[in-house]
Design a protein around this ligand. Structure first.
Ligand code: OGA
Ligand code: MN
Length: 300
């Protein structure tokens, strides 16, 4: 296995590793370190069944069954289908997943560690890939905050809500997503997490807020919280922190949700097919570090 870092603070390419085969303990440990250090890992030229994608992903933690409960692989509900393809009048996947800045599962009591996406079809126009995924580096975003802001967010938590992103997509983007049911809302009630976390692998501090799910800063006057979150949302999405990943069919992309925020670019049409399969790894194992009694993020 070779790990080749790119020129941005995020991103590395991992070659000479066949993800359809069981991962050795050594390679697993090296990938955990590389993911913490580079935030986004690309594994080109892979050929995977849903079961093999599941098995690789499950080495890093428990896999999520998405709360929306839609577009799951038959018999493997932890493998979700992202696609704009319609077959016999029926969509085969969720067509507009992640099309605005967010962190996966920050709305969940046990947050996400790593998302593993496998590209089966990628839209292209004039030889260029479309539907890229952008990442922003939350270690760099934290480091470059003004000291006064670092002081104001130190020791603070923010409340995150699954419905914020879902309802925004319906309201502002004309999404075909159905309204969330009360049962869905009740399975994911709003939760609080530290605004600054200590990364469990690298020990680096990272800003843990995102425009998709963060509602307010707990225990702060609402107008002060709105103003501070607006500042953080603007700061964390500045282009200097952003790494744009252009997909090639056969890529597996794994990203660190504790280190990055991301968004999918909706620059392709309904007749330009995109098909990606997804496994979300929860942060239970990476945060436990061998213990079984602790799931919380270490706060600053
Ligand atoms: C996700 C997501 C982005 C993409 O799967 O959580 O945000 O480019 N996907 O498909
Ligand atoms: Mn996402």
């Amino acid at each position: 296995m070779k790990i080749i870092p790119g020129s941005h603070s995020l991103g590395a390419t991992v070659t000479e590793l066949d993800l359809s085969q069981p991962l050795t303990d050594t390679d697993h440990r090296l990938l955990v370190e590389a993911l913490a250090n580079r935030g986004v890992l690309r594994f080109p030229n892979q050929t995977l069944t849903a079961r093999q994608q599941f098995d690789f992903s499950a080495r890093f933690g428990t896999l999520e069954e998405n709360v929306a409960g839609m577009f799951q692989e038959p018999g493997l509900p932890q493998v979700m289908v992202l696609s704009n393809i319609v077959r016999d009048g029926k969509p085969i996947g969720i067509a507009d997943a992640g099309q605005s800045w967010h962190t996966d599962m920050s709305y969940s009591a046990t947050v996400a560690y790593a998302n593993v996406l496998y590209a089966i079809e990628i839209p292209q126009r004039a030889g260029r890939p479309l539907g890229s995924t952008q990442f922003a580096d939350m270690v760099a975003a934290y480091e470059t905050l003004p000291n006064e802001i670092k002081r104001r967010i130190a020791g603070r938590t923010a409340t995150h809500d699954f419905a914020k992103f879902w309802d925004m997509m319906r309201r502002e983007r004309g999404s075909a997503r159905p309204a969330l049911t009360d049962a869905q809302r009740n399975t994911k009630p709003p939760v609080s997490h530290p605004l600054v976390l200590v990364h469990p692998v690298s020990g680096q501090r990272a800003l843990y807020a995102n425009p998709g799910y963060a509602m307010w800063i707990d225990g702060m006057d609402r107008s002060e919280s709105d103003e501070l979150l607006a500042f953080l949302f603007q700061h964390q999405t500045e282009s200097r922190f952003v790494f744009t990943f252009e997909w090639t069919r056969g890529d597996v992309l794994m990203w660190d949700n504790l280190r990055t925020i991301h968004q999918a670019l909706a620059d392709y049409r309904a007749d330009e097919p995109r098909l990606i399969k997804r496994c979300q790894v929860m942060a239970d194992r990476v945060l436990n570090q061998g213990r079984t009694d602790r799931h919380a993020l270490a706060a600053v």
